[in-house]
Design a protein around this ligand. Structure first.
Ligand code: HQG
Length: 180
């Protein structure tokens, strides 16, 4: 079967973040699995993708969703898992403000509950409004929330920074959201 790169990238995200079982994959504690196992999973689903194409998808993924081990034999999703993994991102002090792109229809719940991880392990925050706009626009007209991240950190909330620039935290209580 011919599958375009975007569809293939979505399939890999599904397997490496949420449903490794759907492709017969086993992820280790940090989310890694063998590149060969992914290739075998693709072959079983009759998706035409060899090693070279898989590596080019890893390299060209717009948000650098995947990463390879130093020796190139293992692959993982950088973030966004619903399966239990310990990704090992460093805990970093955040800038004073971070941003979150969402849509109008979620605002009533966000006003009461704050930002919650929903299906993911963490709330994902963006370093700038441009990135947050891209994230929010996946669901409609983006609404950009500003988070008082520096104040949150001073109050003991922990932030992690992935190496593709996404900030992760457990929960943003409504008090730290500006202007909603
Ligand atoms: C919303 C993509 C109701 C939240 C992107 C969001 C990002 C609430 C949705 C990355 C809520 C969750 C993450 C509450 C939050 N009540 N709704 N209390 N708290 N929400 O996809 O941040 O393509 O799990 O605003 O580019 O949109 O996966 O998170 O709209 O980097 O690589 O619930 O995912 O990257 O949606 O996106 P998501 P997100 P990938």
């Amino acid at each position: 079967m011919m599958t375009d790169d975007k569809t293939l990238s979505k399939t890999m995200s599904l397997w490496l973040r949420h449903r490794p079982d759907a492709a017969g994959l086993a992820l280790d504690d940090a989310g890694w699995t063998d590149v060969d196992a992914v290739l075998a999973g693709l072959a079983r689903k009759q998706i035409a993708c060899g090693r070279e194409r898989l590596l080019s998808i890893v390299e060209n993924s717009d948000k650098q969703r995947f990463e390879l081990s130093a020796d190139g034999t293992r692959i993982r999703a950088r973030q966004g898992h619903s399966v239990d993994v310990e990704l090992g991102w460093p805990q970093v002090a955040p800038p004073e403000f971070l941003y979150h792109g969402t849509v109008e229809r979620f605002l009533p719940a966000i006003r009461t509950e704050g930002l919650r991880p929903m299906q993911r392990h963490h709330v994902h925050l963006s370093p700038d409004q441009e990135t947050a706009t891209i994230v929010g626009s996946r669901r409609g007209e983006a609404v950009i929330l500003t988070i008082r991240a520096g104040t949150m950190a001073a109050a003991g909330h922990i932030f992690f920074l992935t190496d593709n620039g996404v900030w992760l935290t457990d929960h943003v209580p409504p008090d730290y959201l500006i202007g909603i």
